[in-house]
Ligand binder design. Sequence first.
Ligand SMILES: [Zn+2]
Length: 458
Amino acid sequence: MAEMIEIDWKTIKLQIIVVFVVLLILMVWYAVIRLEWQNPVVTLNMKYPAVGPEQKLSFSVSDTGIGLRKVWVGIIKDGRETVLSEKNYPTPGFFGGKAVYEDIVKLTIEPKKLNISDGDAVLRLEVRDFAWHGWLNGNKTLIEKEVKIDTVPPTITVLSKTHAVVQGGSCLAIYKLSKPCPVTGIYVGKNFFPGYSGYFKDPNTYLAFFAANYDQGTETLSVSVTDFGGNNSTVPLPGYVLKRTFKRDTISLSQNFMARKVAEFNVDMPKNVSVVEKFLKINSDLRKKNNDLFESAWKKTEKDMLWDGHFVRLARSESQASFADHRDYRYDGETIDKQVHLGVDLASVAHAPINAANRGKVILAEFVGIYGNTVIIDHGFGLMSTYSHLSSFDVREGQTVVKGEIIGRTGTTGLAGGDHLHFGILVHNLFVNPAEWWDATWVKGNVLNKINAVKLMN
Ligand SMILES: [Zn+2]
């Protein structure tokens, strides 16, 4: 029996060595994985470095190595640390099975509930991964951001006195805030007109040009402001919207005009579609698209008052159509369309030189559909003048022009019958009645005197 259980020590030794080497290789391999040096990546999106009464905070965390271990969020105020959020991720398995490599952390900070007072604080984000660095605590990414805790709503003091605005008319409001606010302006019904600082010595004094649409209801006016922490304040603006009536007008479309213009616009419709349908597509769809371009022009406005005095109209011209004329388009004895005319048509001689209505900067000089060749001059703080149906341009985009400078010539481009200038005034995103801006008495009483009165107070 003894020779049957003789042990082959040589083989066993070899097997042990093989197992040991394999284990060693695996351990080294795992250690290499766990000893990665890639720090987790944290992306914090905060619009402003401020924490309001209910501050929403969102940030993304990711790790390209072994996986995320822990996210810690805290706020340090007056040397005291308050934990806002703590999140632990599952341990990755030997082969990295369940590791979390990316996450989005969302939380709401309510300073009052946490007993944190207003003032300067530091927001701290710490993210660790499952690597063995840092005494097995993992690679660490730390973000410390200085923030201002602010839970007090701003106060508004309206400095301008009267704000009576006629339907289709313009107005100016001036107000002072208790602190800087990124969003401030005037509400006329649902229309919001942003206010701007930087004109008065006091940086917390804002001015806002606003207007009532031609069909504006008699809604109340209000000043609405929101500070960096999201605290909102709204106060009524003393004033009202006055109703007025607008003219009705009939535009008779000749067969010749229809054929010519429809051909010019090259409408993308089948050949058998009638000339009327093609015209309607131009007069409604294209008009809407073109109006959208005007309504977004204010985004380029300068935060400065570039103009002075009243605006000038086309020299030696006659008005052919007024602002907010309610037009019936008649063709072949029938009313085929209705539109509201959002400018004033001025006619002089053919190819008459057009003067800049006031000092400003050319923010557009190009062909704009039914408006034809068009120039938009920005006068600053959301006030702009527009010139359409030009036969030629004398200015380029980006150019500064003085009052009276020739910017182009009148013409018939776009949906114009005869040679004329279609002149418009925009207050922010709304076309208004230019007649007010041509009237020196109106400009003085409604704009310049208001500004001067505030200048004297400040
Ligand atoms: Zn017109």
